[in-house]
Design a protein. Sequence first.
Length: 367
Amino acid sequence: MDTKTILNFGSGPAKLPKPVLIQAQKELLDYNGLGISILEMSHRTSDFNQIINSAESLLRELLSIPANYKVLFMQGGGTGQFSAVALNLIGLKEDRCADYIVTGTWSAGAAKEAEKHGKVNVVHPKMDRYTGIPDSSSWSLNPSASYVYFCCNETVHGIEFNFIPDTKDVILVSDMSSNFLSRPVDVSKFGLIFAGAQKNVGCAGVTIVIVREDLLGKALKECPTILDYNVQAKNNSLHNTPPTYSIYIVKLVLEWIKNNGGTDAMNKLSKQKSSMIYDIINNSNGFYSCPIDVSCRSRMNIPFRIGNMEGDEALEREFLEGASKLGMISLKGHRSVGGVRASLYNAVTVEETQALATYMKEFLHKH
Ligand code: PLP
């Protein structure tokens, strides 16, 4: 029986590359001739060790991670890291304070969580709406902050940093959950990077943390062992049972990224795909509108309204229903902002993006 072709523009858990799913299916019942599934395999076996070690070395290769950084595979999602970052790093300096650049829902959530463990300074005036990145010349960074935190791509609003904030000597922490491995990153500029896997690098259940070694071992005493980076680093992320299957899927996705040209190729494709959609928005005479400043529009998540700047709900409903009939799913904007959102992570192909672009043009002509 033919399955209907589905074009998944969801924001996460998101589309996985087809070859990854095919390989996972092939290996599901019997991994590597062992007669058992990875789902049934102890995390203490040499076979699982090979999986986690090759996931780590692929990641090191893809991002040229310097030797003085640890790679951890953790649980608790991005939200778990909001706590883990503060619990591990806010005590780096006596004042126990941290600077947060708040450009959307996720960085706001991280700042709120950090407030439980120390003083949080939002470095710019509070924004009524998240539509851009406040000009860095207006930031008041605190030189005695333990770290400066930012979310590299705000998934809900579609705001992406295309520069690395200059924090002088204060260490920089970034949530890259929704643009991880979509472009090269100079890891040496960061104290810590984390990313939930379920958007660009795998399925839900595992969060990747890349952390500079000298920042380990400084966790607050109330930090739960499971969130302590030092404990995880010393145990090769195997302090307790890790999300074994999710780590295996990450390994497959990293292989796929490597075989498809690495982060440079992903970057090129991301620019190409996002331009296809933004070009239509920009040339639609206001029929489609994206509220985000042009300089920080996300290549990963493109939110837009239809009909007028506030969005004509009837038109948006018609758009989403029409898309769904064509097999294009998960285009509804986040419930907090409404409208439409197209997520174009690494696994979304140029052809799929083209299909969406064509539909957008047809919808525009119809109205
Ligand atoms: N950070 C970003 C940028 C996200 O997009 C999300 C979820 O979508 C999170 C953090 C929270 O991740 P989780 O749901 O894995 O806790």
